[in-house]
Design a protein around this ligand. Structure first.
Ligand code: UDX
Length: 455
């Protein structure tokens, strides 16, 4: 990854300003990308909100500046306030324009210039700001290509009535996306009409089309069937880079990661443990929680389960688990160094909520998945991983202990799961090859660096 000294010297005078969306699943890929671009010689400024502020001390090589919610007169540190003011209102655009304008005009030393702005796709108003400042804006899209093609068709899917179909249609295929069932579309969590999440997605799609390019946390071999459609829908250049291959997400973790799990993991036989984690936002109710706990025990397999604070609604979770839980075969942590766990030789499977970062981290480590899906892109990722990539079982009918136990055995040990385990291994090999010199991801990194240098 190391550029030559001359390249570095030239590029250090080029600054990239980056604005992540303030949630774990968005902060991680933005900071992985920032590290990658820094390693190629660019100087990096990270604009961030005080709400879910990144761990600045882990990045002494970047400049940080807080923006948008730093007005002491207004309390905007809560999610509801934050999203009202900045995600759904014009406030965000005005504040960003003001602060970015100052930064571009006076915040740099005389030898430096700003090459571009890279923002999360959900900061849609940043495009208008960038246009007014005459600054190229690249978008980091933290979800997959398949999800994004479906998201860009949401007005069409709504017009055709999918969001209001009753439950008798759930198992039917979606004519516009034959890979999907109606229940996958409904699970995205969009209401019919111009409300809530649908509005945000519409703005996101429109302003991603207007951007100077899109960077994806993915690789060509993983989502090749989607490339043509994506290039048609979003006309700018596309750069597919599997970030976990370059940097782990650990240094941007907002929660403390429990490393005491490693001595336990080190003692488990190779590929014997199912790692269970549902990301930073998903929640279950008490009934679902118990089904998961009983399913894990009934599988009679080893497990490492991340139970995040707040994962179970209205419950002191440990009170309701079976006596003696987790027993000798299991281990529970509140938050884990996920990528290291996936890379550990004892890990044989990942039961995930199918968030895109978790998905790509698992793919890059060759770990077969059990996919649950809660909302948003997750049902789409789950369907793609099971039906296109063949590296997962999609637990698509909710959480039932017998089914859970059966699927865990299938993916970890049963003959029936062999094909999935083999496909996961093969896909990892493809991701390994893609980052080698001349591979598709390596080409993408190089063309991104050239492209930004040319701006
Ligand atoms: C959300 C959405 O679910 C996801 O689909 C979207 O693409 C981004 O926003 P989240 O639900 O948190 O993110 O899931 P995911 O995208 O998988 O990101 C979770 C991140 O937290 C991963 O990078 C993972 O490595 C990390 N993590 C998770 C930990 O560091 N420790 C843990 O114990 C669990």
């Amino acid at each position: 990854l190391q550029p030559t000294t001359m390249e570095t010297t030239v590029r250090r005078h080029r600054r990239i300003i980056m604005l992540p969306f303030p949630f774990q699943g968005h902060i991680n890929p933005m900071l992985q990308l920032a590290n990658l671009l820094y390693s190629k010689g660019f100087s990096i400024t990270i604009l961030h909100t005080n709400f879910n502020a990144p761990r600045i001390s882990n990045y002494p090589h970047f400049t940080f500046k807080s923006i948008l919610d730093n007005d002491p007169e207004k309390r905007r540190f809560e999610l509801a306030e934050f999203s009202k003011d900045f995600i759904h209102n014009q406030d965000g655009g005005d504040a960003l324009l003001h602060e970015l304008g100052l930064l571009v005009a006076s915040g740099l030393d005389e030898n430096e210039r700003v090459s571009c702005l890279i923002t999360d796709s959900y900061w849609h108003f940043a495009q208008t700001v960038a246009d007014r400042l005459n600054l190229p804006r690249l978008v980091l899209r933290t979800m997959g290509l398949f999800c994004t093609t479906v998201y860009s068709s949401i007005p069409l899917l709504d017009a055709r009535g999918y969001f209001t179909l009753d439950d008798s249609h759930l198992e039917e295929r979606v004519a516009e996306f034959p890979l999907l069932k109606v229940k996958d579309i409904k699970k995205i969590g969009i209401e019919s009409g111009e409300v809530g999440y649908a509005v945000l997605i519409r703005h996101m799609v429109k302003q991603t089309k207007a951007a100077s390019g899109v960077i994806w946390n993915s690789f060509k071999e993983l989502e090749e069937p989607m490339l043509e459609r994506i290039s048609r829908d979003f006309p700018g250049p596309h750069f597919l880079i599997p970030f976990p291959k370059y940097y782990t997400a650990s240094s941007s973790s907002l929660l403390e990661q429990d490393r005491t799990i490693f001595p336990w993991l080190d003692q488990q036989p190779a590929k014997s443990v199912v790692y269970v984690s549902f990301g930073s936002l998903s929640q279950v109710d008490e009934k679902q929680f118990l089904e998961i706990g009983h399913g894990l025990v009934n599988s009679k397999q080893r497990f490492l389960w991340v139970v995040r604070d707040g994962f179970v609604e209205d419950l002191t979770w440990f009170e309701s688990l079976p006596v003696g839980f987790p027993g000798e075969r299991g281990r529970v942590a509140q938050w884990a160094p996920q990528q290291e766990v996936l890379a550990h030789e004892a890990t044989g499977a990942f039961w995930t909520h199918s968030g895109w970062n978790s998905t790509i981290e698992s793919v890059c480590e060759g770990v077969p998945m059990i996919c649950s899906a809660f909302r948003g892109d997750q049902p789409l990722d789950a369907r793609y991983m099971s039906d296109v990539s063949g590296v997962a079982v999609y637990l698509e009918n909710g959480l039932q202990r017998d089914e859970i136990a059966r699927v865990i055995r299938r993916i970890l040990v049963d003959e029936e799961g062999k094909e999935i385990r083999e496909s996961a291994k093969l896909l990892k090999q493809k991701s390994d090859l893609s980052v080698m010199k001349g591979g598709s991801s390596d080409d993408s990194v190089e063309s991104l660096v050239d492209y930004i240098s040319s701006l």
